[in-house]
Write a protein that binds this ligand. Structure first.
Ligand code: URP
Ligand code: ZN
Ligand code: ZN
Ligand code: ZN
Length: 468
């Protein structure tokens, strides 16, 4: 079975070219000069005239079905990966969880059980370490060696839930330095935050906006700097700061990078577009829709502007979503009257490709940088390249035909995520995901869905291509 994606402009991380993409089975076999491809007769032709052809998006940070805050993220691997496909994301890297006191391998087995047979697109796992001890350190080695899991997330936040102290963090970093894995860090000073939360609640400050006010930028900056220092002590263990939102934290990452350190970071669309005042501070309990950690930042400070600049300068390497949706009904509601009980998370797996394309329209990013931050770098950072993340012969035929002349209006009535609201309700994108191809199979075309649950495969990952 051969498929030709014809007439489009192929966008890669280093340049763009008019080329037709020839697919055979699950793989890209050639990028052809349009004059040449006129001489071949493929089984199927997809017209990409006037459109961009980009590698399928890779969302390196999702939490399908994550148990959190007394409930669980509302997208399953079925509904969440289907929504991802609709939005042009053909690979997700979700987080398997070792809860404190549990065995790492049991946590991994539980995540495989949730995902297997349910995914619409390909998937891989990072591992959350909720308890660093002798056994989990040994497990890190075996996950890297045998399970294709080469990155581990630790938390400086959420004491009593996922929190690791500095000694535990240092030991995990030393282990990662030895086995080649990446340490991913949720960098917020959770101990200090808990004090601020208790003080706010004691003053009767219970509305959602206090979630943001009690997690100030300084406590993200402090934790980010501390993580960078600990990684230095661990002989420059590779470190990846997740969901970076504050200018000061970005400054700390930029300094480490300028010093030649193995330090990387991602941000998420919510920090580029949404704010403490306009969303988290919405009247009544409405702001609960945007409770996530790190929190949305103030529009009166320069965070969002600095994050766009960081994306251009590569101090921010990747845009992931941190997709962790909770419905208002029955889920966010758990925190009415006490912001600290609102489940933390925002859903957005369906909108990342569009929202970052809007950065191209707004003059923030080049087309090439768009593709790099949403597909190529995630693949390279997390050991999926060149199978994923690039339109090139030999790579998986994961392709999105993107229409720069189309428009997308985001909203709860049209999205496919299992959420009863949209964090981006009414936002208009000057672009549109057209055809989506996953391993040679057309799964979205002309506004219709052709994929199916269970077709997505587990991807064993290699080590990051960015390590020195
Ligand atoms: O609010 C968030 N980010 N929820 C998901 C868990 C995490 O910390 O990434
Ligand atoms: Zn986190
Ligand atoms: Zn720099
Ligand atoms: Zn997360």
């Amino acid at each position: 079975m051969t498929l030709l994606v014809k007439g489009g402009t192929v966008i890669g991380p280093t340049g763009s070219q008019k080329a037709d993409v020839l697919v055979q089975g699950e793989k890209i076999v050639a990028l052809l000069d349009p004059l040449f491809s006129a001489t071949i007769a493929p089984d199927e032709v997809i017209d990409a005239t006037g459109k961009y052809v980009i590698p399928g998006g890779i969302d390196a940070h999702t939490h399908m079905e994550l148990p959190f805050g007394g409930t669980a993220a509302s997208d399953t691997f079925d509904t969440g990966t289907r929504a991802a496909a609709w939005g042009g994301t053909t690979t997700i890297i979700d987080f398997a969880v070792q809860k404190t006191g549990d065995v790492v391998q049991d946590g991994l087995a539980a995540w495989h059980a949730k995902a297997e047979g349910n995914c619409h697109v390909d998937y891989a796992f990072h591992m959350i370490l909720g308890g660093v001890d002798g056994d989990s350190l040994k497990a890190m080695d075996s996950l890297v060696r045998d399970e294709g899991i080469t990155s581990f997330k630790l938390f400086m936040a959420y004491p009593g839930v996922f929190y690791s102290d500095d000694g535990q963090i240092l030991r995990a970093m030393q282990t990662a330095r030895e086995n080649g894995a990446m340490i991913m860090m949720h960098a917020e000073n959770g101990i200090a935050i808990d004090v601020l939360v208790q003080q706010a609640l004691a003053r009767g400050e219970s509305d959602p906006i206090y979630h943001g006010i009690t997690r100030p930028p300084a406590l993200e900056t402090e934790a980010t700097s501390r993580a960078i220092a600990l990684a230095e002590v661990a002989k420059d263990c590779p470190l990846y700061i997740v969901h970076l939102s504050a200018s000061g934290a970005l400054e700390a990452v930029a300094q480490a990078r300028d010093a030649g350190r193995n330090v990387f970071a991602e941000t998420c669309p919510q920090y580029l577009y949404l704010t403490l005042e306009d969303q988290l501070g919405a009247p009544g309990f409405e702001g609960a829709k945007w409770v996530c950690s790190t929190p949305l930042r103030s529009k009166h400070e320069s965070h969002a502007k600095d994050l766009w600049k960081g994306l251009r300068s590569n101090d921010l390497a990747i845009v992931s979503t941190d997709h962790c949706p909770f419905c208002m009904k029955d889920q966010k509601e758990l925190g009415r009257g006490d912001f600290s009980k609102i489940p933390n998370g925002i859903g957005g797996v369906e909108h990342r490709v569009d929202l970052i394309y809007q950065g191209v329209v707004d003059g923030q990013l080049s087309l090439e940088r768009w593709v790099e931050t949403i597909a190529t770098t995630p693949a390279r950072m997390f050991g999926l390249y060149p199978q994923k993340g690039i339109v090139a012969p030999g790579s998986d035929a994961d392709l999105v035909v993107y229409d720069p002349n189309g428009t997308t209006r985001i909203g709860v009535e049209t999205h496919h995520m299992n959420m009863d609201y949209s964090a981006y309700e009414g936002v208009e994108i000057q672009g549109r995901v057209g055809t989506v191809i996953s391993r040679g199979e057309v799964i979205v075309a002309d506004g219709n869905y052709h994929g199916r649950k269970g077709r997505g495969r587990y991807l064993k990952r290699g080590l990051s291509s960015y390590l020195v």
